[in-house]
Structures are given as C-alpha cells and as structure tokens.
Design a protein around this ligand. Structure first.
Ligand code: FMN
Length: 190
C-alpha cells in the first residue's frame, strides 16, 4: 500500500503545508499530537522544522529519544487529528489505556529507522532524527529534524508527485483555526 520515497524528494510530502501528526516513543512510552506548524527546511540531506509547545508531552519524548515521526493525515482522519490535538498523553499515564494510541484505538505500524510508531491510514510518513538546537527549541519552540526515511501511500503519491484525483477521502488537511480545515485542492501547472 505504501512506497518508500527517495530522500531527495521527501520534502514534497510537506511542501504543500498539511497539518500533521507527530508521533514519538521513548522506552515504554509513546505518544501522538497534532501540529499545523511544520515545513521543509532543506533538500539534501532533507530537513524539516516544526513548532512543539513547551507544555506538550510530545516535546518531552522528542528530547528524551532524539527522534520523532511526521505522519501526514487525510480527510478521513480529521476528527482523530482534533482528538489527539486536544488531549495530552501525559494525562493518560498510569491509566489502563496509558497512551493515546490505546485510548483512541489508533492502528500503527513500525517505522524503519526510529522507535516512534507510524499511524496507519495516513498518506505519508517522514521518520526524523532530532537536530538538537537547544537555543531555538527554548526561545521559539522550534524543533529541527533530519528526515532519515520517508514513505507515502502510492494511491496518492508516486514518481515524486501528489495525485489526489478519485481519492477525496485521502486529500490532506490544512488547519485554519478552531477546528476548521481545508482539504487540498486541485493540482495545476504554472
Ligand atoms: C489542528 C491542530 C493543530 C495543532 N498544531 C500545533 C502545533 O503546530 N504546535 C504545537 O505545539 N501544538 C499544536 N497543537 C496542539 C497540540 O496538538 C496539543 O497541545 C496536544 O494536546 C499535545 O499533546 P501531548 O501533550 O500529548 O504531546 C495543535 C492542535 C490541533 C488540534
């Protein structure tokens, strides 16, 4: 169902500005949150930037593990994106369902190069190693990552290009504010 993506075109998985899911794992703990503020930063090696607020449990696990995954969700997952973006994994620690994957019944599969789980049903995935920059993390909540592996759903991304025609439920989602999203529109060439 998904293809591995050559790293020289991995930036295209984020270039159109989708809202993403950040997944993390450290030891026995794992977590997921929504993030609207992410972007590609460089081609080779591919790097990305993402804003991760100080209060998030995600930030604690990224700093502890030195890695994280960016999962690109689609229209069919919009409710879940809001759920995991409106609750903290920290509040679940010690409970029977002690992480959001269990609490919200989210299927995952293993990443190839990092410990963080990847969310099934997304349309693209970028496995990232943290590029530690304590000053910008502390001053701007900005985290940098080097993409060490990337994958995409071949139904909507192949040969280095997105193609959503005939797959409206797989269109990426773009958060405006307050739970209002836009789905990615039609491609055109200028
Ligand atoms: C659509 C959406 C977009 C969000 N974007 C960001 C973001 O870019 N950066 C951020 O730090 N938090 C963002 N959040 C908030 C986090 O997802 C939220 O604080 C979450 O509860 C953190 O979970 P955690 O404590 O389990 O890590 C967003 C939430 C939603 C619903």
């Amino acid at each position: 169902m998904f293809n591995s993506i050559m790293l020289d075109v991995a930036y295209r998985l984020l270039n159109h500005g989708p809202t993403v899911l950040v997944t993390t794992a450290h030891g026995e703990q794992c977590n997921i949150m929504a993030a609207a503020w992410s972007m590609p930063l460089d081609f080779d090696p591919p790097k990305i930037a993402i804003v991760i607020d100080k209060k998030t449990y995600t930030r604690e696990l990224i700093e502890a593990s030195g890695s994280f995954a960016i999962n690109v969700p689609c229209c069919a997952q919009a409710e879940m994106v809001v759920q995991v973006g409106a609750s903290s994994g920290r509040e679940l620690l010690g409970k029977e369902a002690d992480n959001k994957f269990a609490a919200f019944d989210l299927p995952t599969f293993a990443a190839s190069k990092i410990a963080a789980p990847l969310v099934a049903g997304c349309v693209a995935w970028l496995e990232c190693k943290l590029i530690a920059e304590p000053h910008i993390q502390d001053a701007y909540d900005l985290f940098l990552g080097e993409v060490v592996a990337a994958h995409a759903d071949e139904r909507v991304f192949s040969n280095g290009h997105w193609h959503f025609d005939g797959h409206d439920e797989l269109r990426t989602i773009h958060h405006v504010a307050g739970g209002n999203f836009m789905a990615i529109g039609e491609a055109f060439k200028a």
